[in-house]
Ligand binder design. Structure first.
Ligand code: IPE
Ligand code: IPE
Ligand code: MG
Length: 256
């Protein structure tokens, strides 16, 4: 069963509650080996399995994985079809194992427009694992943060138009409550592999105060050690949230 490691060193800092990963570099991993891009995606699924297991063992509560963006539809049809098939295979092969390991799966992104069989599979994963109490695995699939925020704005505007919501009631909390992630805490740490340093339309709202760690490894090479390295970097950061932070000298009242 995936779970927090038995030997728990009390001196080790608590892991971030929510780690989100932009799994990038599958195509380059394959190209470097003169292989077709799909081979990189296939190997990327193995890295994903390792990462889910490692995250659970390290005591991370929420792991979000960016697996297909709203913009990834612009890739060649053959690659998109391969990726869709890979998701179906992953669900069929891994669902029982995830469930047995108490993993709760949530899928964020636009469900409309997906092929019916795939949409059905995604609902099945969520329903089967809904009551699990271990790691929450959030899969961002057909996900785009701008689209998510636009949809939230539209829902709020609709309520205002109907007279059930006042404009002054549109608060940050109200927006957050209308995002796909309404029941998921904001990510503490966002990791991107492959050396690219951009968000590519991922969790734009939710990552407002996340720490970012960019890793040169290509996604199929990602493993527990790489995750631990990212966590160590996270722990060395000083999260300030606009305040003065832990490493600042304490403020004295009326000191001038
Ligand atoms: C990430 O790898 C997987 C998806 C976006 C689906 P890429 O396919 O983006 O690989 P690169 O960035 O081309 O190497
Ligand atoms: C972001 O990677 C999307 C996923 C990892 C699923 P991309 O490879 O699509 O991002 P860009 O195009 O390099 O910004
Ligand atoms: Mg990429």
């Amino acid at each position: 069963m995936f779970g927090r490691d038995e030997i728990d060193d009390a001196t080790v800092a608590a892991p971030p509650a929510h780690v989100a990963i932009i799994m990038d570099g599958n195509g380059r991993w394959a190209s470097k080996r003169l292989m077709p891009r799909f081979e990189g995606h296939r190997r990327g699924v193995e890295a994903l399995r390792r990462t889910v297991r490692a995250a659970a063992e390290l005591g991370i509560r929420y792991l979000t994985l960016y697996s297909f963006s709203s913009e990834n539809w612009s890739r060649p049809r053959t690659e998109v079809d391969y990726l869709m098939g890979l998701v179906k295979r992953f669900v069929r092969n891994d669902l029982a194992d995830l469930h047995a390991n108490n993993v709760r799966v949530r899928i964020i992104g636009e469900r409309e427009g997906l092929d019916a069989e795939l949409a059905e599979l995604l609902s099945e994963v969520e329903n089967l694992t809904a009551a699990n109490t271990g790691l929450t695995l959030v899969v961002a699939f057909n996900y785009g943060a701008r689209q998510e925020i636009v949809a939230a704005a539209r829902r709020l505007a609709q309520k205002v138009a109907e007279g059930t919501l006042k404009p002054q009631d549109i608060t940050a909390e109200a927006v957050a409550a209308n995002l796909h992630t309404h029941d998921i805490p904001d990510p503490d740490l966002v990791i991107r592999t492959s050396g690219e340093q951009r968000l590519s339309n991922f969790l734009l709202w939710q990552a407002a105060y996340a720490e970012f760690v960019f890793i040169p490894l290509l996604w199929p090479d990602f493993d527990r050690r790489a995750l631990e390295t990212a966590l160590a970097e996270y722990h060395a950061r000083d999260r300030r949230f606009g305040g003065l932070g832990e490493t600042d000298p304490p403020r004295q009242a009326n000191s001038g």
